[in-house]
Design a protein around this ligand. Structure first.
Ligand code: X2X
Length: 337
């Protein structure tokens, strides 16, 4: 086809084509990994996929996010996700404040029992001074936070009976996530907590190695936790687990200003979308769970108070690690003394 062209032109044309091809390859090669714990069967995984879709669409395919669910980039150990992102094994993540709290102690704020009573309180914290301080804390540990999502309010379930007072937890073996604060919260209520990854949780529930667990209703519903004998759920909103969209620092610095804006804006947008969806689905999830024969218990103010009192010691132990200033900021954001 180029036979009729003067040789110089054909050479420079070839050069231009080659340069173009190289450029295209390097741009196409810009595929970033996104780690999540839960797959896109869950709102959490859908948040990551939404992020990927928005980036793909708005970068005209020049930047690709590839989601790796089930903590596979850290061999199932979700508490190593933050370290792996910091060291560059993972480019991006949509991660839980619980799972990152071993490396970012300030994130334990969200796990303080009964700190945030409702969704408005969660939004006040993440969108307030406390949220800014938490993002500063993440950044100071070498990871760039971009936006918020939500795993949801965590409710306790078990196979033994109704839990409506701390005494009902006495001696129950409860699977908790890999953050030491949970050990303290459940011990304070008289339970027998056992730390394990999400990957190990369902098998442990199935064999009866543990009697109970705590997770948002969306996780209970999608993972069909009722099928492994968890017949009792207590709605106590004892903590909410926000998700954070974030990036490895080197990856972030290597992006153009345009790409940074794109990644941040789409993270925020995907997060807002997922939070809204998760909350809108909550009533249907509850109905579905009840329909499958699970006994759902709602607590009266008085019953709730008993759990609040039982877990007060968690505050004295953990406030110094979280930071007095941050807890104060969160309380001011929520509007509680
Ligand atoms: O392990 C859990 O319970 C889960 C899936 O909710 C988290 O990753 C915090």
């Amino acid at each position: 086809m180029t036979a009729w062209l003067p040789s110089r032109l054909s050479l420079s044309l070839a050069g231009a084509l080659l340069a173009g091809a190289t450029l295209a390859t390097s741009v196409e090669a810009r595929e970033l990994s996104v780690s999540t714990v839960l797959s896109d069967a869950f709102p959490w995984g859908q948040a990551a996929q939404k992020w990927a879709d928005l980036v793909e669409e708005r970068s005209n395919g020049e930047l690709t996010l590839r989601v790796y669910p089930n903590s596979q980039l850290v061999n199932g150990d979700q508490t190593r996700e933050f370290s792996a992102m910091r060291s560059g094994l993972i480019d991006l993540a949509v991660g839980s404040t619980i799972n990152w709290s071993p490396q970012v102690p300030e994130l334990n704020l969200f796990s303080l029992p009964f700190l945030m009573p409702d969704e408005a309180a969660v939004d006040a914290v993440t969108g307030g001074t406390a949220g800014d301080l938490v993002f500063d804390a993440i950044e100071s540990r070498g990871v760039v936070p971009l936006g918020w999502g939500e795993n949801g309010f965590r409710q306790v379930s078990n196979s033994r009976g109704v839990i409506d007072e701390p005494a009902d937890l006495e001696g129950l073996k409860i699977r908790v996530v890999g953050s030491p604060l949970f050990q303290d919260t459940f011990s304070a209520m008289g339970a027998n907590p056992t730390q394990m990854s999400w990957a190990d949780a369902k098998p442990a529930l199935t064999t009866g190695a543990v009697d109970g667990q705590e997770n948002p209703l969306s996780v209970f519903d999608v993972a069909r936790i009722d099928q492994v004998g968890q017949s009792y759920v207590t709605l106590w909103n004892y903590m909410n687990d926000p998700l954070v969209f974030a990036a490895n620092q080197q990856v972030w610095s290597s992006l153009s200003d345009e790409e940074k804006t794109l990644l941040r804006e789409t993270a925020i947008e995907a997060g807002v979308w997922e939070i809204k969806m998760t909350r809108e689905q909550e009533a249907d999830r509850l109905a579905a769970i009840e329909e499958r024969g699970v006994t759902v218990t709602e607590l009266t103010e008085e019953q709730l108070e008993a759990f609040v009192s039982a877990t007060e010691s968690v505050y004295s132990k953990w406030t110094p690690r979280i930071g007095e200033e941050l807890l104060e900021a969160a309380r001011a954001d929520i509007g509680t003394p």
